[in-house]
Design a protein around this ligand. Structure first.
Ligand SMILES: O=C(O)c1ccccc1NCC(=O)[C@H](O)[C@H](O)COP(=O)(O)O
Length: 222
């Protein structure tokens, strides 16, 4: 799903993650975000209760996905979020296996920790390890660490091509997303702290600039 030579993808999907305020959700939809991520990982400064996320999910514009994000949460917590929030996609950042991730009957993305020197599973082997995954999200945190750090990783470590769509995350901002898209040609880009003024508090100008830069990259033909 990535193109190492010719450019095959013409619209990079944008996911804004870690929203905690209704106004930020509404603005994100107006700016053209494709997906909004709600964090349920324990200990995160962006962690929501299912009831809070449900109120924001109801405010989503049509054709915008709600993504529920977990990191080794117990199954009953995931089930409760699915029941209340009705996410269209789940995203797992911990040591969850394919059987766990698919057991909720909702398509899922598996986050891959790129913060360690060596990867637990080489990227090319991921589809076999997570056959039910809708795609993968490469993030900069270490195995067992939390995302949303604002740190990048070496994009050259990504495979030149993958059988499934992948999302690039970790330290992406309006200042580097243009280069990231041209270098990596991901299915989508995911940003949290790069559009924030404080953890969980999104900044409208940063969100707008981010989307503008993604559009600029998508239109670039040089
Ligand atoms: O956002 C969190 O606090 C978090 C906690 C635990 C696991 C994952 C978490 N976030 C995942 C993400 O939102 C992505 O990592 C994010 O888009 C990339 O973060 P950033 O580098 O801040 O853009």
């Amino acid at each position: 799903m990535s193109a190492s030579g010719n450019r095959l993808l013409f619209r990079t999907r944008v996911k804004f993650c870690g929203l905690t305020r209704l106004g930020d959700v509404r603005l994100a939809c107006e700016l053209g975000a494709d997906a909004i991520g709600f964090v349920f990982a324990h200990g995160s400064p962006r962690q929501l209760e299912p009831e809070e996320a449900r109120a924001m999910r109801i405010a989503l514009a049509p054709l915008v996905d709600a993504v529920a994000l977990f990191m080794d949460n117990p199954a009953d917590e995931v089930r409760e979020v699915v029941r209340q929030v009705r996410p269209s996609l789940l995203q797992f950042h911990g040591s969850e296996d394919d059987a766990f991730c698919r057991s909720f009957g909702v398509p899922y993305l598996k986050a891959v920790a790129m913060g360690d020197e060596t990867q637990a599973t080489p990227a090319t082997a991921l589809p076999a390890q997570f056959p039910a995954a809708a795609g993968f999200l490469f993030d900069s945190h270490r195995r067992g660490g939390s995302g949303g750090s604002g740190h990048t990783f070496d994009w050259a470590r990504l495979p030149a091509a993958m059988d499934k769509p992948f999302v690039l995350a970790g330290g992406i901002t309006a200042d580097n997303v243009f280069d990231a898209i041209l270098a990596v040609q991901p299915w989508g880009v995911d940003v949290s702290s790069g559009i924030e003024s404080a953890p969980g508090i999104k900044d409208g100008d940063k969100m707008r600039r981010f989307v503008e830069e993604v559009r600029r990259a998508d239109c670039y033909s040089g």
